[in-house]
Ligand binder design. Structure first.
Ligand code: NDP
Length: 262
């Protein structure tokens, strides 16, 4: 096992780990020895991911499963309390839970959608970070936030999602300054199109999602959309000791799409 991917004795909490990027990331941390804490709102999906993590764990560790809605403050508090109560420490926090909230500015439910997007993608991260800092200071741990290329470029009708991710990027950079002296690194990953349930969670059918991926793959310099493992690999690197001099960075993982002509 290489140094960079040895997470034995580390407690890693990944939000939004009942599916997609978060689930893939939990499995990879488990594979490299971490005690993972997985969380989401769907109990069946969470149990399935727990089985996958336990199956690859070299120490046979079972994940702690916490059902929680990160847009609810009480659930965020319970998530951190449960983690500390079970393991007495937290080494790595991956703020990954998120939702694509898109609508035109004329939408009659604009304020409800604004609240949903901001509470899920941004407020949860601010609060979970607040709750985690003392624990991460003790372990000299680190935080990885999952943003999007949508934090770096505008999308039509995407202002809520884009603003939430752009603010998350700035939150990361500010926190890197504030928490560096405590020995805590904070970084952010901006994925491009990744094949998960993300578009279906926005209301697309499977066929519509596939059509979107095909279009994105054609426009992508490396000729494909990403998979959860692409982002999991970036997360594990930034979380590892090999990235000990890296804090406050945007890590764009998008196959080169951001700067490609549209
Ligand atoms: P998925 O929809 O596949 O997974 C989202 C995860 O977040 C699920 O585990 C879901 O669990 C959880 N989640 C969503 N809302 C909440 C909530 N209110 N409380 C708790 N958990 C929640 O999407 P991805 O895996 O693709 O997305 C992960 C992150 O990556 C997001 O932050 C997204 O913005 C970002 N991203 C994704 C891209 C993509 O193309 N896929 C591109 C750029 C960024 P459950 O339903 O069980 O609650």
């Amino acid at each position: 096992m290489s140094t960079s991917k040895n997470f034995a004795n580390k407690v890693v909490l990944i939000t939004g780990s009942s599916g997609g990027i978060g689930a893939g990331t939990a499995v990879e941390f488990a594979r490299y020895g971490a005690q993972v804490v997985i969380t989401g709102r769907n109990a069946d999906n969470l149990s399935e991911v727990a089985k996958q993590c336990a199956a690859v764990s070299p120490n046979g560790l079972k994940p702690l499963e916490v059902l929680a809605d990160v847009s609810k403050d009480a659930d965020c508090k319970r998530l951190i309390d449960s983690t500390i109560s079970a393991f007495k420490r937290l080494d790595i926090l991956v703020n990954n839970a998120g939702k694509g909230v898109f609508c035109p500015i004329t939408d009659t439910a604009i304020l409800d959608k604004y609240r949903e997007g901001m509470d899920t993608n941004l407020r949860s991260v601010v609060y979970l970070t607040h709750l985690s800092v003392d624990h991460l200071e003790k372990t000299k741990g680190n935080i990885i936030n999952i943003s999007s290329v949508a934090g770096l470029k505008p999308y039509r009708t995407g202002f809520i999602y884009c603003m939430s991710k752009c603010a998350l990027d700035m939150f990361t950079k500010c926190l890197a300054l504030e928490l560096g002296p405590k020995g805590i690194r904070v970084n952010v990953i901006n994925p491009g199109a990744i094949r998960t349930n993300f578009t279906q969670a926005m209301g697309y059918t499977n066929e519509q999602a596939e059509a979107l991926y095909t279009t994105r793959a054609v426009k992508c310099p490396v000729g494909r959309v990403g998979e959860s493992i692409d982002i999991a690999n970036a997360i594990l690197f930034l979380a590892s000791d090999e990235a000990s001099f890296v804090t406050g960075v945007h890590f764009v993982s998008d196959g080169g799409s951001l700067h490609a002509p549209s």
